[in-house]
Design a protein around this ligand. Structure first.
Ligand SMILES: [Fe+2]
Ligand SMILES: [Fe+2]
Length: 418
């Protein structure tokens, strides 16, 4: 059952399915997630959200002990009727966010990065790594992706400014789990994919921070040092008491910078002699590194990164790159995209699991002369075919601010609800 409640009545454990703001007006990647801590509630407050739609079970709620932090008196939750009265008048479900099937991806990404930071630091200090925690995050990711196969199409939007190795490893892990599931690898191998991806750059703990974080080009000597991380990571993992770490994860760590034709390092192996999991993770690793913001450059937009992977002579497996393109989409949700007649619209979401062949829903906002349409409208577009490339824009290109665009979308939403 879904109800709309005030944010003051929101409690840890509740599942939020909608908020009183347009998806574009918040910094939240998803408007559908479970409240895990009071920090999540504060995040909603910071976004100016006052009301949320939640899934709730009146019978279960009836038994819940009220949280003193939230202003619901025991009397209010003492019966389903009273619970209903603590819910805002009208109780209408808020409009579903666009895209509808968002997930808890941002939360998992951030938490994984934190867990990896701690584990990598423990390893650096000679302490035992808490791999149980990393496994927990991989398990949560598996669960998330099984619930919402399009989760990974949002990855491109969520890179932050945190320490890049951990965020990069977290993103690569999420892509790897998504990839293993999509390629129908046996279920019992998904965890090993996730663990290998989480730890593929573990060897960087042995590389001096000033090299890792250097904003300018590395000198040949610094490169020499950097190129040691696959071997160092692998040597470390080989000593692990956990079989999947000392075997597969150690293999992926040492092989993830090898390339087709022996163009990689440390051993200049050719693709056929590289483990299939390493071949997969090396593509995801490069894609993540290209699209994420780094100290020294802005991340590449996904469709450019994808053409780079598909056309370049980077020595990566092309089939794996194509599977990745199907998974994350060449045009991510939120892209401003040019249509055949010159009009420009916002990509609201994909209708199918395969984002390359599936139809995308577009809200057309701008005329061919790049002025706001008086009456925006939604349309469907087959944007996945490789033969067609659509121009993309930023709000800057069109000469408006992001806020102006949001206001226009808001007006459209209000108009279409009447
Ligand atoms: Fe690496
Ligand atoms: Fe990497």
């Amino acid at each position: 059952m879904k109800k709309t409640i005030s944010i003051r009545d929101l409690k840890v454990g509740m599942t939020v399915t909608g908020v009183d703001k347009n998806w574009f007006e918040t910094t939240l990647v998803s408007h559908h997630f479970t409240i895990r801590s009071n920090e999540d509630i504060r995040r909603l407050e910071k976004n100016g959200i006052q009301k949320v739609s939640v899934e709730f079970d009146p019978v279960k709620e009836h038994k819940t002990t009220p949280d003193p932090e939230h202003k619901i008196s025991p009397k209010q939750v003492s019966s389903p009727e009273n619970l209903a009265s603590s819910i805002n008048e009208g109780s209408a479900e808020l409009p579903e966010p666009s895209p509808k099937k968002c997930s808890e991806i941002e939360h998992i990404q951030k938490e994984t990065a934190t867990v990896l930071e701690k584990s990598f630091n423990d390893a650096r200090m000679g302490r035992t790594m808490d791999t149980k925690k990393i496994r927990e995050m991989v398990r949560e990711t598996i669960h998330l992706i099984l619930q919402n196969k399009n989760s990974t199409s949002f990855l491109a939007d969520i890179s932050g400014n945190d320490d890049e190795t951990f965020l990069h490893s977290a993103n690569t892990m999420m892509l790897a789990v998504g990839y293993a599931i999509r390629k129908k690898y046996p279920e019992e191998e998904w965890m090993a994919w996730g663990m290998a991806a989480s730890l593929h750059d573990l060897g960087k703990i042995f590389i001096p921070g000033e090299i890792l974080k250097k904003p300018s080009r590395l000198t040949p000597e610094e490169w020499e040092q950097m190129r040691k991380h696959p071997l160092l990571g692998s040597q470390f993992l080989k000593k692990s008491p956990e079989p999947d770490l000392r075997n597969l994860a150690a293999k992926v760590a040492v092989e993830h910078h090898e390339r087709h034709g022996g163009k990689g390092y440390p051993y200049a192996l050719d693709l056929p002699s590289i483990h299939p999991v390493s071949q997969g993770i090396m593509v995801l690793d490069v894609y993540e590194a290209l699209t994420a913001d780094r100290i020294y450059r802005k991340g590449m937009i996904p469709h450019k990164a994808m053409s780079f992977l598909l056309q370049s002579t980077m020595g990566l497996d092309q089939d794996i790159s194509r599977t990745l393109a199907n998974m994350v989409g060449i045009y991510p949700v939120g892209t401003l995209i040019g249509l055949a007649g010159g009009e420009i619209g916002v990509l609201l979401g994909y209708q199918e699991d395969n984002v390359l062949t599936g139809m995308a829903k577009i809200l057309v906002l701008f005329s061919a002369s790049q002025t706001f349409l008086e009456k925006p409208y939604t349309t469907e577009l087959a944007i996945g075919t490789n033969e067609r490339h659509f121009p993309t824009y930023t709000t800057n290109d069109i000469g408006i601010t992001h806020k102006q665009m949001i206001n226009h979308i808001r007006q459209f939403s209000q108009h279409s609800q009447k």
